[in-house]
Design a protein around this ligand. Structure first.
Ligand SMILES: Cc1cc2nc3c(=O)[nH]c(=O)nc-3n(C[C@H](O)[C@H](O)[C@H](O)COP(=O)(O)OP(=O)(O)OC[C@H]3O[C@@H](n4cnc5c(N)ncnc54)[C@H](O)[C@@H]3O)c2cc1C
Length: 465
């Protein structure tokens, strides 16, 4: 559906900045650009801006914020940048890592002060890989609230958001500079909009099965848990323009989505002492490495399913999450007084499951490491009644994308910036490197909010000069 074409003889409408996508990246960029007097025009394919932002928990990591200082939390952008690179095994673009780690704190404070987004820092839980409590969220801890408040702020600021308008054609002049877009309405009508600058804020390619199969083959055909409208349009336009791309195999996945219910089962079921077995009743991985990399491992098991095995005590912990309660209400949770009974209810080989769980229990008692490298020292033993949920691996969002510089300008394969073209959020390459294991919690909204703001500022600067 995406096309590159020469500009029409005359555009139906002319503006200075067009932003494609009204998720966190697009809306933050629009607010920043509007403050600088730019009158951005935001194009959104949905009737109500939602995106993957609305599906997220809305939690944004930031270092050195006033909320952290008030809570006595010591942190810095440098420490944050080190944590990002440690998770990405040093493979994330250093310039981008440094830029977003530095920009995000001031941007959240600005959103709070100027636009009334009342962030607070989560103090009672440290997300894995973060050296400080630095996850910030709004009161409901939901992405729906985040995107709704950003949209409300945009409306208050008088920013025009054209909804039910899919950007399909990117117009490029003879010199290779993008100069406008054509949008298509649900009834098939089209409008062309000329612009001095275009920001691609239309996220990644998780909603495009062909691109997922090509770029992340281990998750070909797997459930996509993100926003279906994110179909890789930024990547396709960029590639057609000769833009450089980076880390296209990177993504955030999740190895614990109830099947066939499609409801997220908290990873606390595993971290609190549970394990995963396949249809043969065998374990197949070190589950403790992380839920993101577990997505492809589960997808690779017979039938593309696995069984998260835990106990009634862990189920009690998991019930604090609404999703878990919902899955339970829909019958996803199976419990039994013995491994034999549980195997029978799940249709698994009873002897195999019993042997697997006896081995896990022995490792916990001895404090030993298994053949996959999972260290069971100090991990609580499971006690009856036992519980299980049949799960599948899912793709949450892609992390690779168009290569950008620290000003969010899209780079050509030759390293130069493509004039007038910017990318932020999931449309740009992230800070997670090329592997699923490189995703540090919060990297998604970090690059959406921080890079969106950076793009808005950079575009405003160019217009002034
Ligand atoms: C279940 C889930 C949980 C998550 N939890 C977290 C979390 O707690 N913390 C975190 O940091 N990240 C989380 N993420 C990731 C995070 O949601 C994303 O990284 C982030 O929202 C990306 O923001 P964005 O603005 O780039 O994209 P989006 O919010 O997806 O916005 C892109 C918008 O572009 C529109 N669009 C696409 N193509 C076009 C087109 N051609 N024309 C017009 N409009 C178009 C889409 O409709 C969409 O509204 C989670 C993701 C999922 C799926």
């Amino acid at each position: 559906m995406t096309r590159i074409a020469a500009p029409p003889a005359a555009f139906d409408l002319e503006t200075r900045l067009v932003i494609i996508g009204a998720g966190a990246a697009g809306l933050v960029a629009a607010l920043v650009a509007a403050e600088a007097g730019l009158e951005p025009l935001v194009i959104e394919r949905d009737a109500v801006p939602s995106g993957s932002t609305a599906l997220s928990a809305g939690l944004i990591p930031a270092a050195g914020t006033r909320w952290q200082r008030e809570a006595g939390i010591s942190d810095s952008p440098e420490l944050f940048a080190r944590d990002i690179q440690a998770k990405a095994k040093g493979k994330a673009e250093p310039i981008l890592v440094e830029a977003v780690a530095r920009a995000i704190g001031p941007r959240l404070e600005w959103l709070a002060e100027k636009h009334g987004l009342a962030f607070s820092v989560i103090e009672n839980f440290r997300y894995p890989g973060h050296s400080a409590a630095r996850m910030h969220g709004l009161a409901s801890r939901s992405g729906r609230e985040l995107v709704d408040r950003l949209r409300h702020a945009a409306e208050e600021a008088g920013i025009a958001i054209i909804t039910q308008a899919r950007a399909e054609t990117l117009h490029v002049d003879a010199a290779g500079r993008p100069v406008g877009v054509t949008i298509t309405r649900p009834d098939g009508t089209r409008e062309s909009i000329g612009a001095e600058a275009i920001l691609l804020a239309c996220n990644g390619y998780g909603g495009n099965p062909a691109l997922v199969a090509k770029l992340i083959p281990s998750l070909a055909g797997a459930l996509y848990f993100g926003h279906p409208g994110n179909q890789g349009d930024a990547l396709l336009w960029g590639e057609a323009l000769g833009a450089a791309t980076r880390d296209l195999s990177g993504y955030q996945g999740h190895g614990s989505v109830a099947h066939p219910h499609g409801i997220l089962i908290t990873w606390a079921t595993i971290t609190e002492g549970g394990v995963q077995v396949n249809r043969d009743g065998q374990r197949f991985s070190n589950e403790a490495e992380g839920y993101s990399e577990q997505a492809a491992r589960v997808a690779g098991q017979p039938g593309g399913v696995a069984y998260s095995i835990f106990d009634v005590h862990i189920a009690g912990v998991a019930r604090q999450f609404e999703d878990f309660r919902l899955a339970e209400a829909q019958g996803a949770l199976v419990s039994a007084g013995s491994w034999l009974e549980l195997a029978g209810k799940l249709g698994l080989d009873a002897a195999a499951l019993e042997a697997t769980m006896a081995e896990v229990d022995a490792l916990k008692v001895a404090g030993g490491c298994d053949m996959f490298g999972r260290d069971f020292a100090g991990v609580p033993r499971l006690t009856a009644p036992f519980c299980a949920v049949r799960v599948e691996g899912a793709l949450f969002h892609t992390q690779g994308g168009l290569a950008v510089n620290a000003e969010a300008q899209v780079l050509h394969e030759n390293g130069s910036a493509i004039p007038g073209l910017y990318a932020a959020g999931g449309a740009a390459c992230g800070v997670s490197g090329p592997e699923a294991s490189g995703y540090l919690s919060g990297n998604g909204l970090l690059t959406a909010v921080a890079l969106g703001g950076i793009a808005g500022e950079a575009i405003a600067r160019i217009r002034k000069s």
